[in-house]
Design a protein around this ligand. Structure first.
Ligand SMILES: [Zn+2]
Length: 601
């Protein structure tokens, strides 16, 4: 401990040379918070100075997005309302000018010069599936490889870090571009003989494997190609190394499900990506028993890099019953909160599984999921709500949303009742009938929505819904106007969680190629402050953290995001430029969990 502190005595004057130092800083922070401070010592563990700090402590914007009178906003634009933050332990102790912050500087205080970077309350992705994100980090990335040799070299490099006998999975070689010169298993088997290797094509229409993979999957010269698929065979009738279309599952199904340790590693890898990308917390949208075990184990070991607000999967009835008996876990000192349950009402709009009140415009006679009632155990979920769990229900179609609101109303005691939790959530809230907008606000239901979905689904959403219903789709402004609380998120890994992409989509209703130039149904756009709050302040409310988090103020958790772009001013004046934004630093509970190491010293 002494050695650690000495580093910061010596370097504590803001010259830490942060390149590659983030892990060092994390250790330092942990140790410092464990140090005994002399009585009366007011000094901070860390001082962030010279930043453009937006505290978001002013009032919420109006329903049309106009900033509140108390906001640091004028016709000239947004003005940061602080420069410096002092942190002690896991909390903020001071917010104000760099000069006034000086009194928190002690011999052991680590000082970070923000060099004019923008500081905002920590970002929250309020609907994630982190295992998929972590899994992605554990695959060989073959996107952009030009030749078989290049792909094999990447596999060999990756396999050198994987215990012999374990599967090596990759993705991204272009089965379209390589269609006339498919590789074989020969080189792959020679160069990676000790691991079963499975390499999925960019579009998932073909997989390429080595000898060991084919052996594990028991695919031999005698195996017949299934209907709708092909096992490519060589001149001698032996499997050559490529499976196409429906035959691909012969190999993919041979991979065993992840062990508990692997699952934990995926979770950690996924959460580390989120920390790197500026997020201080995720709301995990549906955790089953295995995933909960991983979260709880990482929390107990103090290894969660960002906070996790876990929604229990209603599909896992045993898990829900166990938590019913135990009650919500609201103490977040280990960064894990469990007080929500996730259920599904209907399907997705693209695949026409979303439940609609009238027929799909591009499929007469079809209204999506039409089974009686909601697609979840209503009794169990209602019981959990009574025991203090928030419910978060996936609803996409207008009938799905209406049914979900009906359920929430009933579970909260029926019409006219103010409700038990009053913070239940509709996940996606994608298509809403005009009659139902007001019900969200009346029931205190939070609309948990995905700006990237709007940017991506606009290509076909109107085909599904027609020109009238589409006006109630991804209708952020309509919800705000009716007094509904909005939160924004990515639903990763389905969509990119990059905050700058999310903000840009929310503010412009354009995709990454800036199409359409004026935005898709632009009347539903939100303003930069609203988008920022939906990713921070309002997300804190949705997790019942509004007294701990969501704004930068003394006493709050020291959960902070630093970026190289001012999202409020750039979002107002030139939103396309948001897409170039970069995260500079992420702090969770007073510890720097990520630093780009370039500009902040
Ligand atoms: Zn989801």
């Amino acid at each position: 401990m002494r050695g650690r502190n000495e580093i910061y005595v010596e370097r504590g004057r803001g010259l830490c040379g942060l390149r590659g130092i983030s892990s060092l800083v994390i250790v330092c922070g942990l140790l410092l918070s464990g140090c005994q401070r002399a009585a009366g010592d007011e000094s901070a563990d860390m001082l962030l100075t010279g930043g453009k700090v937006y505290t978001f402590t002013w009032d919420d914007p109006a329903a049309d997005g106009a900033p509140a009178k108390s906001a640091p906003y004028s016709s000239a634009g947004w003005r940061p309302d602080a420069e410096a933050i002092a942190v002690r332990g896991s909390r903020i102790v001071f917010v104000g000018s760099s000069r006034d912050a000086e009194k928190y500087r002690g011999p052991r205080t680590r000082v970070v010069d923000l060099q004019g970077a923008t500081v905002i309350p920590g970002l929250v992705d309020s609907h994630t599936h982190v295992v998929g994100l972590g899994e992605k980090q554990s695959r060989v990335d073959l996107i952009g490889v030009q030749t078989e040799e290049e792909a094999v070299e990447r596999v060999v490099a990756f396999a050198s870090k994987v215990p012999k006998g374990e599967w090596v999975v990759g993705r991204g070689w272009d089965e379209g571009a390589w269609a006339n010169r498919y590789p074989t298993m020969k080189l792959l088997s020679e160069r990676a003989p000790h691991h079963p290797v499975l390499l999925v094509g960019l579009h998932s229409f073909a997989v390429w494997g080595n000898k060991l993979a084919f052996e594990r999957a028991k695919i031999t010269r005698d195996t017949q190609s299934p209907a709708g698929g092909t096992i490519v065979k060589d001149r001698n009738g032996e499997p050559a190394g490529i499976l196409r279309d429906r035959a691909t599952t012969l190999l993919t199904s041979a991979i065993p499900p992840p062990t508990d340790d692997q699952l934990k590693a995926y979770v950690l890898a996924g959460l580390n990506v989120m920390a790197r990308d500026g997020y201080v917390a995720v709301h995990e949208a549906g955790a089953d028993s295995r995933l909960m075990r991983a979260f709880e184990s990482l929390a107990a070991e103090g290894k969660l890099p960002v906070r996790v607000y876990a929604m229990l999967s209603a599909r896992d009835a045993d898990l829900c019953r166990a938590w019913l008996a135990r009650g919500p876990k609201t103490d977040a000192t280990d960064k894990l909160t469990v007080r929500s349950v996730k259920a599904f009402y209907d399907g997705a709009l693209g695949s026409r599984g979303a439940f609609l009140l009238a027929d799909y415009s591009d499929k007469p006679g079809h209204r999506g999921v039409t089974s009686e009632g909601a697609g979840f155990d209503q009794k169990l979920v209602a019981e959990m709500m009574k025991s203090g769990f928030q419910v978060a229900i996936h609803a996409i179609g207008d009938a799905g949303n209406r049914g979900t609101l009906d359920f929430i109303e009933l579970a909260n005691g029926g019409k006219g009742n103010p409700g038990i939790n009053i913070r239940d959530r509709v996940e996606h809230a994608q298509v809403i009938h005009p009659d139902d907008f007001q019900r969200f606000a009346k029931l205190g239901v939070i609309a948990s929505m995905q700006p990237p979905h709007c940017a991506e689904d606009k290509a076909w959403a109107e085909d599904r819904l027609g020109p009238e219903r589409v006006k109630g789709a991804y209708a952020w402004r309509a919800l705000r106007r009716n007094g509904t609380r909005l939160i924004f998120n990515s639903d990763l890994v389905g969509s990119d969680h990059n905050i700058f992409y999310g903000l840009h989509a929310a503010i412009t209703r354009r995709d990454m190629r800036l199409q359409p130039p004026n935005g898709w149904y632009p009347e539903q756009r939100v303003r930069p402050e609203e988008a920022m709050r939906a990713y921070s302040t309002w997300a804190a409310y949705a997790a019942f953290w509004e007294k701990e988090s969501g704004v930068i103020a003394p006493g709050r958790w020291a959960d902070i995001t630093v970026m190289d772009i001012d999202p409020l001013n750039v979002g107002e004046s030139d939103p396309a430029r948001l897409l170039q934004g970069k995260i500079r630093m992420t702090m969770v509970a007073g510890q720097i969990v990520h630093s780009s190491g370039e500009e902040i010293r």
